[in-house]
Design a protein around this ligand. Structure first.
Ligand code: ZN
Length: 321
């Protein structure tokens, strides 16, 4: 056992074992009063579970530990110990099919309440983000400030699409930023912050790329399984239909790229042809999204013409009604 041998830690650890069935009547720990406002044995409320799931998605599973600053920050917001939060994040790992495939089953003892939250938000990521934002906005705890860039589940510096002009626009901009931030953080965490084609791991050069773009399918705009972690070059190539991913999760390279004799094009793209994709630890790319990309984007460049068409050709000779 890696836990310290102090009686306090032992007591906490023992108490934790009673919490494992989730819905079992909680035992409140009264032994050490304010010295450890632990609540380890308490029943987790729905709101606490929502925030825990929100954080679970956004940090790599291997980092769901009590010493992770983000775990500590959330523990401050909800008034639990970091160990208790880390344990709850571990519980969510038990429901993750990809982790299960790799033989990582999360903590074995999950509760019905954990499963209910997982099932409720599994396909409703927008709702998870919105609900979490609402909960954090009503908390006065340090670290719960969503707009100050230091929320319990901190956002990265994301571009805000909408420029706010009034209170409602400002709210909308914050929501968009939270959506973008959730998607980016969740996708990057799933791929351990490395390009799924070349393995480049410079975070500022990585993009959470949509397989099916937001403009085509708004309902999947922040679905983690609609994301691929790609470096700037491979994101662009994917977006323009110069590369795709096969049914067997291998890289397909367009004939345009293969025909290039330029050494850098070969090194950066062509040499990865037929290489297996670096698969994520969680939220594997959904085959139907990849299929859609192969059918509609690969080799077509639908998002923007590869050849620039002069404006005069695109503009009809008569004014629109
Ligand atoms: Zn790359």
């Amino acid at each position: 056992m890696r836990h310290t041998r102090s009686s306090i830690s032992r007591f906490i650890f023992l108490n934790a074992s009673r919490e494992v069935n989730g819905d079992v009547a909680p035992r409140r720990w009264i032994g050490f009063g304010s010295m450890m406002a632990d609540r380890y044995g308490d029943h987790w409320s729905r709101d606490e579970l929502i925030l825990a799931l929100y954080l679970y998605c956004q940090i790599p599973f291997a980092k769901t530990k009590a010493n992770n600053p983000e775990v500590i920050r959330l523990s401050n917001v909800i008034g639990r110990t970091p160990a208790s939060v880390a344990r709850k994040l571990g519980n969510f790992g038990a429901f993750d099919p990809l982790l299960a495939k790799r033989g990582i089953s999360g903590l074995a003892h999950t509760g019905r309440a954990d499963k209910r939250i997982w099932d409720e938000f599994r396909d409703r990521w927008d709702a998870l983000v919105e609900e979490s934002a609402r909960l954090l906005s009503t908390s006065s705890a340090p670290g719960a400030d969503l707009e100050g860039g230091s929320s319990a589940l901190p956002s990265e510096d994301e571009r805000i699409i909408t420029r706010p002009t009034g209170p409602s626009e400002r709210r909308a901009a914050v929501t968009v930023r939270l959506f973008q931030s959730f998607f980016r953080r969740t996708v990057l965490a799933s791929y351990d912050s490395a390009c799924s084609v070349c393995g480049l791991d410079v975070r500022s050069l990585l993009i959470a790329s949509h397989i099916k773009p937001w403009s085509i399918d708004e309902s999947s705009r922040i679905e983690p399984e609609n994301g691929l972690c790609l470096c700037a070059i491979h994101d662009r190539a994917f977006d323009r239909g110069l590369i795709a991913v096969s049914e067997g999760f291998r890289l397909i390279v367009s004939s345009t790229i293969v025909a290039s004799k330029q050494p850098f094009v070969r090194t950066a793209i062509t040499d990865f042809r037929d290489h297996p994709l670096r698969m994520p630890t969680r939220f594997a790319p959904r085959p139907d999204f990849l299929e859609w990309h192969r059918q509609n984007v690969f080799g077509r460049g639908i998002r923007e013409p590869l050849i620039t068409i002069p404006e005069s050709v695109l503009t009809p000779p008569w004014p629109p009604a």
